[in-house]
Design a protein around this ligand. Structure first.
Ligand SMILES: [Zn+2]
Length: 191
């Protein structure tokens, strides 16, 4: 488990955004894991870890939101300790870094792009599991699935994820907005 504080210095902005993308190829005879949920299918996603394309995209979105190193840098495929690893381990490390940087998750949204199997019947289960892993309510977890029309990627699963963070409530002194600024803002809003 990486422990070094190797992310760039994080300016404590009020909100931050993160984005992650991943793809894996289908292989016969291995379990299919998406969002930490095993789906019934005769193929699974190949990769050095458990191939969970959605958890990898979410992990990179979390890491990107605080300008931390990406998933491949923290958990290199060349390192045998990550062979067949549960991708929840990657997500939890990214979440730990987000919390340590002084932020909490507002909401996440993801799109899955795959020809099969159908994700619709499993969306609620995946949302619940992702929400549990991230420690946020299921209504803060968006999961959408699309088929790859005209993309020629029928033997792959692709995931895109975005995440919004907000600064954790801290000392009141730091959160107080200068009176002048808020006046300006409300004046602007009236226009
Ligand atoms: Zn991956």
């Amino acid at each position: 488990m990486p422990t070094t504080n190797d992310q760039r210095p994080t300016t404590l902005l009020t909100i931050r955004i993160g984005y992650g993308w991943d793809s894996h190829e289908f292989k016969p005879g291995i379990p299919l894991l998406i969002g930490g949920v095993q789906l019934p299918y005769d193929k699974g996603l190949g990769g050095h870890s458990d191939g969970d394309v959605l958890l990898h995209a979410l992990t990179d979105a979390l890491l990107g939101s605080i300008a931390a190193p990406d998933i491949g840098s923290l958990f290199p495929p060349s390192d045998p300790q990550w062979k067949g690893a549960d991708s929840a381990v990657f997500l939890k490390e990214a979440l730990r870094r987000v919390h340590a940087a002084g932020y909490q998750i507002v909401n996440v949204d993801s799109s899955l792009i795959l020809a099969a199997p159908k994700i619709g019947p499993h969306t609620a289960t995946i949302r619940a599991r992702v929400a549990e892993l991230l420690g946020i309510p299921p209504d803060c977890v968006g999961i959408k699935a699309k088929t790859p029309e005209g993309m020629g990627t029928d033997n792959a699963a692709i995931a895109h994820s975005v995440i919004l963070l907000e600064k954790k409530a801290g000392k009141k002194k730091n959160n107080a907005r200068p009176a002048g600024k808020s006046k300006k803002k409300s004046a602007r809003r009236k226009r």
